[in-house]
Design a protein around this ligand. Sequence first.
Ligand code: URP
Ligand code: ZN
Ligand code: ZN
Length: 485
Amino acid sequence: MSQFDLVIRNARCATASDIFMADIGIIDGRIHTLGQSIGPGRKEIDADGRWVLPGGVDSHVHVDQRQTGGGLTADTFTTGSIAAACGGTTTMIPFATQDRGQSLRWAIEEYHDRARGKTAIDYNFHLIIADPTAEALNEELPDIIAGGCTSLKFFTVYDDVMLRDRELLDAMAAARREGAMVMIHCENAAGVAWVTDRLLERGLHAPKYHPAARPAIMEQEAIYRMTAFAEVTGVPLMVVHVSSGDSIDIIAAARRRGVNVYAETCTQYIALDSTHLDRPGLEGAKALCSPPPRWRGNEEAIWQGIEDGFFDVFSSDHSPYRFDSTGKFPHGSDVPFSRMSSGVPGVETRSPILFSEGVIKGRIDINRFVALNSTNAAKIYGLYPRKGTIAVGSDADLCIWDDQYETVIDNDRLHHSVDYTPYQGMQIKGWPAVTLLRGELIAEYHDFRGKPGDGEFLAADKRPRSAAQTPTKTELAKLGVPDLV
Ligand code: URP
Ligand code: ZN
Ligand code: ZN
């Protein structure tokens, strides 16, 4: 009689901190045993000394989401999660969006309905709050957090979702009180609008002006302001899609003041730059996202932040707009950059690009890769240790990586519902040869082997209040002011 459902033999395992050789014994979808020469499995896979890493956790994904600006995300929970699986991602955290005037409860229920029974990998939701009424924050939010959605996203820009400063403070305080994590999109709205208007007045309409319209200094201004708000409210803050080297300094300064602030960067800030928007015709729109990829050379500062361990999380910000009037061009294609949908797809290419550009090129070691690709997001968003690591008791979400496999990114081989990838033609070394979700095969190289509907909703843990206390180094603490939340 077999003891294990599945045994992976000769696995060169890496977690965020360790490397060890093991046979991995899996029972009921969980890692039961890590050891040498363990007993037989009903099924066995020989990893043959290749890297076996935790499945990817992509904590910034937009699927089946109504988008600011009018474009439709083409991926459903099915197609988006199939694409994720084929790039070695086994958990994703997309967004549920509250529209103004809508109840939070309704918004969450709507996204549960969209995802339930249709998703091929495990998932949770971040909740975008666009209308932080007293009822939403005081009456609805506690139930939503108790229901396992414990991270909220707020915007400082985009007319239809942005919050005013006072609203941001109240919403951050509510998040802190209820044990939630806040993600923040940082760009100064007035600054972006003013520069955009000046460019448009001068007839500078092409996608290549998009980076100029959203200057890095406007990102930095908003990051500074939001870290100040996090300091007085004591809420743990994730600055998402950090795009510029100087933003790193602002977040680092906040951390030195004792603010509990995390940082995310994304594939587009290491693999794209402003020259990708400066392409003939509308081609540049394929790299149009916000904050934008910056001037060539800025990506080195982002790499430095990745290498130094400054960044906690590496995400795709997968925004699957088709290159037509349903997606990128909801107002037609003969419009200025400011009327095109902002965002680039990348859920399938995120892990392979980080592995190839980071590990294979010697910029980061395998432990840093695992931390950025899986572990840190699982910890920060309350899914650890079920997700994001290789340990007894954890879900058997595992990738066997083929680090000798070479390919060129080609949209025809990707599984998203988008008709382009901004990473077309990029040379890649390394791809997950085998991807398992709770011990079941879901992908082999580029081929999907799973079943839409096998993905489960994961209830995320609340932030323990002790971990969100106003840090002792802050000004209010030094003045002896009690916790204000
Ligand atoms: O341009 C982007 N990043 N679009 C997606 C929405 C967001 O702000 O994350
Ligand atoms: Zn954003
Ligand atoms: Zn996003």
